[in-house]
Write a protein that binds this ligand. Structure first.
Ligand SMILES: [Fe+2]
Length: 283
């Protein structure tokens, strides 16, 4: 297999194409839709680079896999699906996230909290096929209740659980997030053999370091700055740090779109689509 990373610098996100050399089938993990908050404008420039790679190499897109409902960027899953085909999948617990945010955005009948916006809902230990590649689903909650990781051979695509070792781990203070559960999920990932490669969903490189998408299990185990203590000390560290973090700038637009599998809201009678901003609400 071949892993091709794409870095979206405005959000510090990595998307991946994973190809299967023998069958020309491929999958995409966590594609990003560009969004400029001012003026409110979406564009497919970044996603089109992924599409261009797929078409240039004569690949067939089988799966568009989300690790979770991202809060910092919009998903380009539907654009990829329209252009290349493929099925959009996410963890089954997305329904919990849809319930919480569906209520915050007063979605009513505009959003059914049953995950039906996605083509497939995934459970822990489910297997998907992509040509000769087997994709194993690992439920790794904590950052959100619906977070899943994907194991493909000796590669682990871990979404927002681990960051690169010098940056630590993802926040656990979103609705349904839990630092103790995130710690357990991370242990599950670090139990894989030393040489397995962990591909992250984000990197925010400090000055002097290039954006980097992966480290081995051994590197994460020995050098991750948040993981040198036990579960209790991790919870304390996580809670202390999360209390200092602002909510992501694109949280409201991102979540509204991402809990719909990347579909933009229906246009209103004047043909314009709107996203809502709830005022004065605690998350
Ligand atoms: Fe996230």
């Amino acid at each position: 297999m071949n892993v091709i990373p794409f870095y979206h610098s405005p959000s510090g996100s990595f998307s991946y194409i994973v190809t299967n050399r023998h069958s020309h089938r491929c999958l995409v993990i966590d594609p990003v839709l560009d969004f400029e908050a001012q003026p409110a404008r979406t564009s497919t420039e970044s996603a089109d680079q992924i599409i261009s790679y797929i078409t240039r190499n004569g690949l067939e897109l089988e799966w568009i896999l989300e690790t979770h409902a991202h809060a910092d960027h919009l998903s380009a899953a539907q654009h990829l699906k329209q252009q290349c085909g493929g099925k959009v999948a996410i963890g089954r617990q997305i329904t919990q996230v849809q319930r919480v945010f569906g209520s915050l955005f007063n979605e009513g009948t505009a959003l059914t909290a049953d995950g039906s916006q996605f083509d497939l809902l995934l459970d822990n230990d489910d297997r998907l096929q992509c040509g000769d590649l087997e994709i194993r689903v690992l439920h790794t909650p904590g950052h959100t209740p619906a977070c899943i990781s994907y194991q493909i051979g000796e590669a682990l695509f871990v979404g927002d659980t681990l960051f690169m070792p010098d940056l630590g781990t993802a926040r656990a203070d979103f609705p349904g997030g839990d630092a103790g559960i995130l710690f357990q999920s991370i242990q599950k990932l670090l139990n894989f053999p030393d040489h397995y490669r962990i591909y992250v969903c984000h990197d925010y490189p400090p000055e002097g370091r290039e954006a980097t998408c992966s480290a081995t299990v051994a590197e994460q185990r020995s050098a991750n700055i948040h993981l040198n203590g036990d579960c209790d000390s991790y919870i304390a560290l996580r809670q202390q740090r999360d209390a200092t973090l602002a909510i992501p700038a694109l949280l409201f637009p991102a979540i509204q779109v991402n809990i719909r599998a990347g579909k933009l809201p229906e246009a209103e009678s004047n043909g314009i689509k709107y996203l809502k901003i709830p005022l004065n609400q605690e998350l």
